[in-house]
Design a protein around this ligand. Structure first.
Ligand code: AMP
Ligand code: MN
Ligand code: MN
Length: 332
């Protein structure tokens, strides 16, 4: 493999060396990923956790959610026995590492632990990362945080077995949209090749991530599509819909199951921007936005208290659907 296809992004070599030093000398290593974890956040964290544990290191991993629960979609990821309830997390970690977390708030209740950590390594690929760590390994050019997690494991001299690779591959394949997004670089495919080389089954991972759901999903999707609205005159074209708690309750569908619905909405040719408002079990609206490139939705969502990437971002709203949409329209 040529070195230019292998080399990471703008994270200086010296920073990697410091990270390796910190990890190598720590007695206990506390790992955390963002709340409402996706495959990149949870997968990267579990991959590093498993690699460290196999090397005999003491590791805790968690995410700071009041209702601590791994989404059904991600329960196939190996290494979940590493997970601890946020209440059992070290209150003042000697060394803490965060995964896929662009700002400290996205750690939920573990933000307090991060604030008291002696050393805090931030491993992330969000351009908006605020650099809240004592050491920030942030590469906006990386297709996924999993790319940086692989680099860390490699630099620690630890092996990547099939279980570690499943977690890293899940992050890579999700954040590249199954190798469809612009983040699909030669490096991303080379990493996929290294992961497949461990013997993982990409068909099985794809089925777990995208190709299964309870029958109730189809019913709720039907209702959500029934009320989808196209506004070709709003900004560069907007298509949007919403899914309520009542929609889900009617069919007994858990909140995590509606995460993928944005991928149906965003295919609309007539709209650059797609939006879905998802009412969670606490009655808050988790808003997912996607753009085909005309609008930087990360900037729009940041205005509304959220964040993300230029073409995929989100925010939380406590306003009624129409008020949230009015604020969003004004920014488009
Ligand atoms: P999602 O629409 O949930 O798939 O999220 C897309 C992107 O937006 C991810 O990079 C998330 O990190 C980011 N994001 C989603 N919700 C929020 C939020 N409430 N606050 C900040 N960033 C968010
Ligand atoms: Mn994420
Ligand atoms: Mn990510």
């Amino acid at each position: 493999m040529t070195s230019d296809l292998r080399d990471g992004g703008p994270v200086p070599g010296g920073d990697w060396d410091r990270a390796v030093g910190l990890v190598s000398s720590a007695g206990e290593i506390a790992l955390a990923c963002h709340i409402s974890p996706d495959a990149d956040a949870l997968g990267s964290m579990l991959a590093v956790g498993m690699a460290l544990r196999a090397a005999g290191r003491r590791v805790t991993a968690s995410f700071g959610e009041r209702r601590f629960r791994v989404p059904r979609l991600l329960r196939f990821l190996p290494g979940q026995d590493l997970l601890a309830e946020p209440g059992d997390y070290p209150p003042t970690p000697e060394l803490m590492i965060t995964f896929d977390v662009p700002l400290i708030d996205r750690l939920g209740t573990l933000a307090a632990n991060a604030g008291k950590a002696r050393e805090l390594i931030v491993l992330d690929h969000h351009a908006s990362n605020t650099g809240f760590g004592t050491l920030n390994l942030v590469d906006p050019g990386a297709a996924a945080t999993a790319v940086l997690a692989e680099e860390l494991i490699r630099r620690l001299g630890l092996p990547i077995d099939r279980d570690v690779a499943i977690c890293l591959y899940a992050g890579l394949v999700t954040d590249t949209g199954s190798f469809r997004h612009s983040s699909t670089t030669p490096q991303a495919h080379l990493m996929a090749a290294r992961m497949l080389d461990t013997g993982l089954n990409p068909e099985q991972i794809a089925r777990e991530l995208w190709d299964r759901s309870p029958f109730a999903y189809l019913r709720v999707l039907g209702a959500v599509l029934d009320r989808v609205t196209l506004e070709p005159e709003t900004g560069p074209g907007l298509v949007w819909t919403f899914v309520t708690r009542a929609d889900r309750a009617g069919y007994g569908l858990p909140y995590d199951e509606v995460e993928g619905m944005i991928d149906v909405i965003r295919r609309t040719d007539e709209a650059d921007v797609a939006v879905i408002l998802k009412e969670d079990d606490d009655g808050a609206w988790q808003v997912s936005t996607r753009s085909k490139g005309a609008v930087n939705v990360a900037r729009v969502c940041a205005e509304l208290g959220g964040g993300g990437h230029a073409k995929a971002a989100g925010f939380t709203s406590h306003l009624p659907v129409e008020e949230t949409m009015a604020r969003l329209r004004a920014l488009l």
